[in-house]
Design a protein around this ligand. Structure first.
Ligand SMILES: [Zn+2]
Length: 695
């Protein structure tokens, strides 16, 4: 970048802002003199975690005063404020929106109303009318009050496309504007190399089914419920989907107008309208040669919903790393602070869902991690980021937002360590770190665990897919190696059976119930130990030179790769005619960045049958932003295809990170929805400061 650009901008900066940059500057100089070596970590000393402090946090966060920390309720807001105040008192830097500790997460709660109707209309014969809640449940992810659908139904087997297992149920079928009908779960397998054997992969989760079909342009998706596959009864589906469901406010991610489940009985009748047999279809779905079947049946649906927008907050703070070459990367710690809040329709005295174990304990650990890292005389080379997230109980929403917005953070997370519901029962002798073994960081986890006298316990129920049900998953799915740190069942002075009994009692009698209460006789020394264990892992990750990656072939490895380049599948979702072969990235034009110009450029692009881009036409956008996408797009190459040349309209959004302090971070490109690219760069005077500091 020509130096002349910097000068006027630097002059424009208020003198006061220069002052606070001076302090990190001094630290950086010292750090730069240190020889890079793998022993740097040995010099990072953290104070030991305090059991007493964790106890105070858990006691307060689960007290009546916080009213169960409901999302969108005063108690939840109080909890967020408390956590932010603690972060500030430790001297951590804010890492949320606009130099605050908060990341505002806009959400929408949807409740499906009783006048919602589903009718299956065959090309010939009488229609089949389904009964809401008895035969089907549905939720309008597009966040509209009314949606009407009349579209053909396509049976898709499991609805899975998994290149790593050479599996593709779609076989190029066009789902645009159609209704997907599919089974929950994944092909039956005992082979660990095929859909992980008995363990559930993400492809088997119902969330994947809705996401993948929406990506392909479906308007509605009907998941066929089978108790034997879903591991829960229709009653469970009915109860949880009969209530209000919360979503992140629409952000360009494709969504379904009717995200639905139908009972096995109804599915039988539905395929019967097409003279097909459900059991036979299930058998067919087990093979790689399965092909989608368009049924001679339409779904005619009217979906009426109550729409309730609200805002909740993640709380984010950081301790900047001491190595200026690496402190744009961060080890992230997460724990959700939300719980189920207060339900005034219950009996007085039993209205507050205290959520002491779930997850005041994780918050206590997160806060103690924050305090000890803040107190360390010298920060680790990489930055340490702390995020208390909201909306976990409603479907990992706060962490989903954090993950989706990871590119906007001042620093780039390279590893997420999550804490969710650790019972303060005593000194743990075991740890569960399910998912750590998917990453190249596992040897460090193993040696650290043994240093702490913790035996690593394998996931007792891999078929239940727990890995996909806690906040670390939201980071994993954007490619960041992530796992939760938990206790096992063996505690000092007890038999394993004791721990097992405690855990069974908790699940049966207190989990997600008002009785998940704080107990005065709880022993917090174990949580202090887990905090120290987590801190030790963080120090290693924030110090070591080897990158932390998913193991080759892991289902999340592809997201990590995608994060490094343009994810063609996501960008051209729903456009099977456009398969991106290579795509040089689009840089943020330096002059636009210097002058803080942001905005969206809309372009029409023509692709020849040979796959080359032959024409790029700008429809709108700031003149300073237009040339970069034109130049880059002309170099994009697509898979050749017969017939007419193809065209697509692309939106390229240029956005600036808003931090006025924090570290320098490279520009990045990500796909925020079909045909929508976001190019992110740092606000320029941050860049200017850092550059001048480094000189
Ligand atoms: Zn929970």
């Amino acid at each position: 970048m020509p130096k002349s650009y910097r000068v006027p901008v630097l002059l424009a900066v208020a003198a006061g802002t220069l002052l606070f940059v001076a302090a990190p500057f001094a630290i950086r100089l010292v750090a730069q003199q240190a020889q890079p070596s793998s022993r740097v970590g040995a010099t990072i000393k953290l104070p030991a975690a305090s059991a007493e402090k964790i106890r105070e946090h858990v006691k307060y966060l689960s007290s009546d005063a916080l009213e169960g920390r409901g999302m969108g309720q005063p108690g939840g807001d109080k909890a967020a404020d408390y956590i932010a105040k603690q972060f500030a008192s430790y001297g951590l830097e804010p890492a949320g929106d606009d130099d605050t500790f908060f990341q505002n997460v806009a959400m929408v709660a949807m409740k499906t109303l009783p006048d919602t109707t589903f009718q299956m209309v065959p090309d010939q014969g009488d229609p089949l009318t389904l009964k809401l809640l008895d035969d089907f449940v549905t939720s309008n992810e597009t966040q509209k009050e009314i949606s009407d659908i009349d579209a053909p139904i396509v049976f898709l087997g499991y609805g899975i496309k998994a290149p790593e297992y050479q599996w593709d149920d779609y076989k190029g079928v066009d789902l645009k504007g159609k209704v997907a009908l599919l089974f929950v779960n994944e092909p039956i397998s005992n082979n660990p190399d095929f859909f992980k054997g008995k363990a559930l992969t993400y492809y088997g989760r119902w969330t994947y089914k809705f996401e993948e079909t929406a990506r392909r342009g479906a308007v509605a998706t009907l998941i066929i419920h089978r108790t034997d596959l879903a591991s829960y009864h229709w009653e469970v589906v009915r109860n949880s989907w009969g209530n209000e469901k919360s979503y992140l406010k629409l952000d360009g991610t494709p969504k379904l107008q009717a995200a639905s489940w139908i009972s096995q009985e109804s599915a039988k009748k539905l395929v019967g309208l097409a003279q097909l047999d459900l059991d036979e279809l299930f058998q067919r779905a087990q093979g790689r040669d399965f092909k989608p079947i368009t049924l001679p049946v339409h779904l005619k649906a009217h979906i009426a919903s109550r729409v309730r927008p609200f805002v909740s907050r993640n709380v984010v703070a950081m301790r900047e790393g001491s190595d200026p070459k690496r402190n744009d990367q961060a080890v992230l710690y997460t724990a959700h602070y939300d719980h189920f809040g207060i339900d005034t329709s219950r009996n007085p005295g039993d209205q507050i869902f205290h959520g002491a174990v779930d997850n005041a304990t994780g918050c206590g650990i997160l806060l103690e991690l924050a305090r000890t890292f803040a107190r360390a005389k010298k920060a680790p080379p990489r930055t340490i980021l702390f995020a208390a997230v909201t909306g976990e109980e409603q479907g990992l929403l706060g962490s989903e937002y954090l993950g989706k917005r990871a590119d906007y953070l001042a620093v780039k997370p390279i590893l997420d360590l999550n804490f969710d519901a650790l019972a303060p029962l005593g000194i743990p002798q075991e740890t569960e770190v399910a998912g750590a073994d998917r990453t190249t960081f596992y040897p460090a986890v193993q040696s650290t665990a043994s240093r702490f006298g913790l035996v690593i316990q394998p996931d007792a129920h891999p078929e239940a897919g727990h890995y996909y049900r806690s906040d670390h998953f939201s980071l994993a799915r954007v490619g960041i190696p992530s796992f939760s740190i938990s206790e096992g069942q063996l505690f000092a002075g007890h038999e394993a059976a004791w721990g097992e009994a405690q855990s069974k009692d908790y699940v049966a009698n207190h989990y997600h119930q008002p009785s998940d209460l704080f107990h005065e006789d709880w022993n917090f020394k174990g949580l202090a130990k887990m905090t120290d264990f987590g801190a030790a892992l963080g120090v290693i990750a924030a110090t070591q030179w080897q990158p932390i990656d998913w193991l080759p072939g892991d289902e999340f490895a592809k997201y990590q790769q995608a994060a490094r380049s343009i994810d063609g599948d996501a960008l051209f979702a729903g456009r099977p005619d456009l398969r991106l072969v290579s795509a040089p990235t689009i840089p943020y034009p330096p002059l636009a960045r210097q002058t803080r110009i942001k905005g969206t450029v809309v372009l029409d692009v023509t692709v020849s049958t040979g796959g080359m881009v032959t024409k790029v036409e700008v429809l709108s956008g700031h003149p300073l932003l237009q040339q970069a996408p034109i130049d880059a797009l002309k170099k994009w190459v697509f898979a050749p295809r017969e017939g007419e040349p193809r065209t697509f309209r692309l939106e390229v959004e240029f956005a600036l990170r808003t931090y006025t302090r924090g570290t320098r971070r490279a520009s990045s490109v990500h796909v925020s929805g079909p045909l929508h690219l976001v190019i992110l760069a740092n606000g320029v005077y941050l860049e200017t400061m850092s550059s001048s500091v480094a000189k």
